[in-house]
Design a protein around this ligand. Structure first.
Ligand code: TXA
Ligand code: MG
Length: 364
């Protein structure tokens, strides 16, 4: 049985006790819910990999809170043993600037690993990913546990990250004991992950709410894309298919090229071969074009809108809840409109959708 407890003093005490005893607990963060465990205990870390059915070559993020750090900035992380002490001056300067600007918040820094972090956390890498979440409940749990916590997203490996306590519970039911309820996650997509190189350069490993423009403004250097520069090998855990519903998902453009008839003929064909049930995810306003394009082929059309207010922040906030809800329909197919360009958080949404769609043939 997996219980949800409110984030009261009693709920936090239960969570802290479980964590200190080496048991994993789901906690809210401002990005997505995380499956937390003692980052300094190889056994606790192993139970996180087991509960998620996560392969051991996909490294975890270590979560810290202000109350754990005896000193500010990177020096605090070094003292805690999370980060190695022999950072290059330029590397330390860039990391300090990013910590000052974005912590607590949805930014994860990859730095040389310190002695308190077992190799099981980093999948045997000599680097470690660290973040300080902004969610007050995450902070309270970390401080009550009194140690850094690993916290991968609280989903089974490869699936959609949960953004509510109920979604985390249904995802990990029977695999873990406790979910601390912190309400619906504000940001809705996982943190930006950036590697701070020895020369102070920045390698972007995963786009998120802290954008390229934000990073460049603070670090004074433009981040490069690690996956483009180094391939999959440079980006541990960045699989092409990830964040995925069980229902096949395709992305369509909404410009003139997106609405071309051959694509819709292909869609009608796929529905005719299945049950005819279709989930359609519109970006800002549900378009009549889908109904017209279907021409009566689907009598079982379920339309959802990601961003009724038209903002990318709203779309990111609701993305995983909408995908999760439509996945439960057991439709033949989910169709989602391509996010608008323009960089920023839209890059993060496009990244997650691209990985969710990987492996489903696009509409031809
Ligand atoms: O927003 C988040 O970051 C959420 C919340 C719960 O904090 N956590 C999260 O964790 O998304 P997870 O495990 O689902 O994603 C961690 C990813 C890995 O898959 C990998 O891509 C990257 O972070 N990562 C971790 N350690 C790394 C390292 N040493 N080098 C490069 N990438 C690393
Ligand atoms: Mg994840």
């Amino acid at each position: 049985m997996t219980a949800i407890v409110p984030a009261t003093d009693a709920g936090l005490a239960l969570a802290a006790t479980a964590l200190r005893e080496g048991r994993p607990v789901v906690i809210p963060t401002e990005t997505v819910y995380g499956l937390a465990a003692d980052a300094t205990s190889p056994d606790a870390v192993a139970s996180v990999f087991a509960a998620k059915s996560r392969p051991s070559d996909d490294p975890l993020i270590v979560h810290v809170a202000p109350g754990l750090l005896p000193r500010p900035r990177v020096e605090g992380l070094v003292t805690l043993g999370v980060v190695a002490e022999d950072l290059e001056p330029a590397q330390r300067a860039t990391a300090d600037a990013l910590v000052d600007a974005f912590w607590p918040g949805p930014l994860t820094l990859v730095l040389p690993r310190g002695p308190a972090i077992p190799l099981a956390v980093t999948s045997r890498l000599e680097s470690v990913a660290i973040r300080m979440p902004a969610h007050p409940v995450a902070r309270a749990v970390i401080e009550a546990a009194g140690r850094p916590l690993v916290a991968p997203s609280a989903n089974l490996f490869g699936r959609i990250s949960p953004t509510t306590a109920e979604a985390a519970q249904s995802e990990l039911e029977g695999r873990i004991g406790l979910v601390v309820d912190g309400g619906r996650c504000d940001v809705g997509v996982e943190s930006t992950v950036v590697r701070v190189d020895a020369d102070g350069g920045l390698g972007l490993l995963r786009p998120g709410a802290v954008t390229r423009v934000d990073l460049e403004r603070v670090a004074g250097t433009s981040p490069y894309d690690v996956q483009a520069a180094e391939g999959i090998a440079g980006s541990p855990g960045r699989l092409l298919r990830h964040y995925a519903p069980s229902t096949p998902l395709v992305i369509v453009g909404t410009g003139p090229s997106g609405w071309q008839e051959p694509r819709w003929a292909d869609l009608r064909r796929r529905l005719a071969q299945g049950t005819g049930r279709l989930g359609y995810i519109a970006w800002s306003s549900p378009s009549e074009a889908i109904r017209i394009a279907l021409g009566g082929a689907s009598t079982d059309l379920h339309v959802r809108t990601l961003a009724p207010d038209g903002t990318v922040a709203e779309a990111a906030h609701s993305l995983y809840a909408v995908l999760r809800e439509l996945d439960e329909l057991k439709a033949d197919l989910l169709v989602v409109e391509r996010p608008p360009g323009g960089g920023g958080l839209a890059d993060a949404v496009a990244d997650r959708l691209g990985r969710a769609a990987h492996g489903t043939p696009p509409l031809a």
